[in-house]
Design a protein around this ligand. Structure first.
Ligand SMILES: [Zn+2]
Length: 254
């Protein structure tokens, strides 16, 4: 979530219509300034080149803006595990761990699936409450908030009832984050840029998936200054997110 005087960007939803685009999945760290040979395409970030190509929260932090990184569940995003942290520097860093986070990803026993769904939902709830408090109080100018329960539900249970419940819960949590931003005294006069992204789709039966179209297709949604429903989307590929955020913040590299 980000602002420069009157501009902010939030990872989150919005009560205004969002411009939504289908997009093909890109390699996880695919950015226009990263040569193809240096893309990271898996969950192990060992050997990444983030020192040379830092994430957008780090860039904003180094530009002197107050920033927030709030992550639920997946350690490499925020912690020095599996080659992380993917997001290296932030003024405020929050991480909520999921107990036994690795359980029940594929073909799990029913009890393990339920335990996992409950644990990921609890982690998302905790990080949402923490992030909302920080957004309302400290007013960071650039924020990245990660909710993980939808991903777990899709992998562990497929596209059934639990997946839909996780989607609805995430939608409501995004709404709370946006409400926290707008609760600030100057909120109504500020123009926020809000981006919601996902990293992959799912097969109906769950599991990890591979290069199937339904797995490699995801969506992005954005709202903010210059973003109009029905207009050509400003965020159609992953590498377009960071420049949009940084430009809204007035950061170098935006
Ligand atoms: Zn996943």
């Amino acid at each position: 979530m980000l602002d420069q005087g009157t501009q902010r960007i939030a990872m989150g939803g919005d009560e205004h219509p969002l411009s939504i685009s289908q997009r093909r999945r890109d390699p996880f760290l695919h950015r226009s300034d990263v040569p193809p040979a240096e893309f990271k395409t898996g969950n192990d970030l060992t050997g990444h080149r983030l020192a040379e190509h830092p994430d957008f929260v780090t860039r904003a932090t180094r530009a002197g803006l107050p920033t927030l990184l709030a992550v639920s569940g997946w350690p490499p995003l925020a912690l020095a595990e599996d080659g992380g942290p993917l997001f290296a520097e932030a003024s405020t860093r929050e991480f909520t761990a999921v107990p036994r986070a690795g359980l029940a990803w594929d073909a799990a026993r029913e009890a393990s699936r339920k335990e996992g769904l409950t644990a990921w939902d609890a982690a998302d709830e905790a990080i949402t409450a923490r992030a909302a408090a920080i957004l309302a109080g400290q007013a960071p100018r650039v924020s990245f908030v990660y909710l993980g329960a939808v991903d777990f539900a899709g992998h562990a249970t497929g596209s059934g009832t639990a997946y839909r419940a996780a989607l609805l819960a995430a939608d409501q949590r995004v709404g709370r984050l946006v409400a926290a931003v707008r609760s600030q005294p100057s909120g109504p006069e500020e123009d926020w840029t809000i981006v919601v992204v996902t990293d992959h789709g799912h097969r109906d039966e769950g599991g990890h998936g591979g290069r199937e179209p339904e797995v490699t297709t995801a969506w992005a949604a954005a709202a903010g200054p210059g973003i109009r429903p029905g207009a050509p989307p400003l965020v159609a590929r992953q590498e377009e997110v960071a420049p949009l955020v940084l430009a809204a913040a007035g950061c170098p590299g935006g």
